[in-house]
Design a protein around this ligand. Structure first.
Ligand code: GLP
Length: 242
């Protein structure tokens, strides 16, 4: 079932999302986190970092898995998700870099890399709580419209809309990679809790489809409706079409 939390401002949004993450951390063993890139979760990471610094949360033994990665970015490129996750998640949350896994978009055999990534998630015991953003086309990870609900971690292509949206992180749309490696929809749905964050009017239509449409690969986030423990943390703008 999908539970909705609607925040009045950015600080409350970050707190509600962090609450949904922290309350899903298991007692008595090290947690396994699923982490997302994009700008939407940044406030949540800052709030989690604040709680770590305050001693309220300890993630030193945690394992983390990223959702996705571009294919074809040179080593050292600042937009590699490996780099972004290190700077925005691993360091501020006090994770051990040796336990933070990002698919290798530079692997010579992407199918083998995808299979190895799935195996690493399984060996870690599965993901306790997966933080997710949503694309304007309702993509999750880089599962663009048309992605099968049974999909696993694999090489995939970015949608034109996603290339245009992500151009702001690059010198221009021409610089955005066309290929990626992403957890599949079935992979994402195996997380024990999913916390999806969305803010702003530009996400309102995708959120409406995700919540109100019949499940369909046309709007990938509709797959989340079948999951037993999803928390949608929205601001009033992102919730405005519900
Ligand atoms: C990116 C990422 C997604 C992210 C989404 C939204 O392309 N691959 O995992 O959720 O697009 O990005 P933003 O939060 O910046 O709107």
């Amino acid at each position: 079932s999908m539970r909705l939390r609607i925040a009045r401002d950015a600080a409350e949004h970050a707190r509600l999302a962090a609450d949904a993450v922290v309350s899903a951390l298991p007692a008595g063993r090290a947690p396994v986190l699923g982490v997302a890139t994009g700008s939407s979760p940044n406030g949540v990471y800052a709030e989690l970092a604040r709680r770590v610094a305050a001693g309220e949360v300890d993630l030193r033994e945690a394992t983390a898995f990223a959702l996705d990665e571009y294919v074809g970015l040179p080593v050292g490129h600042p937009q590699r998700y490996r780099t972004v996750v290190h700077e925005l998640v691993t360091v501020p949350l006090g994770l051990d870099p040796a336990r933070v896994h990002v698919p290798d978009g530079g692997a010579p055999d992407l199918a083998a890399e995808a299979a190895a990534f799935e195996r690493r998630i399984r060996d870690a015991g599965g993901i306790d709580v997966q933080l997710l953003g949503i694309g304007r086309n309702a993509h999750i990870g880089f599962n663009e419209p048309g992605s099968a609900f049974a999909s696993r971690t694999r090489e995939a292509l970015l949608a034109e809309e996603t290339i245009a949206d992500n151009a702001r992180f690059f010198a221009g749309a021409d610089e955005v990679p066309r290929r990626c490696i992403t957890q599949g929809i079935a992979t994402i749905l195996e997380a024990r809790r999913i916390v999806l964050v969305a803010q702003g009017l530009r996400k309102a239509d995708a959120v409406r489809h995700a919540v109100e449409d019949a499940p369909s690969p046309a709007w990938p986030a509709t797959a989340l409706q079948a999951h037993p423990d999803v928390v949608l943390v929205l601001d009033e703008e992102a919730a405005s079409l519900l």
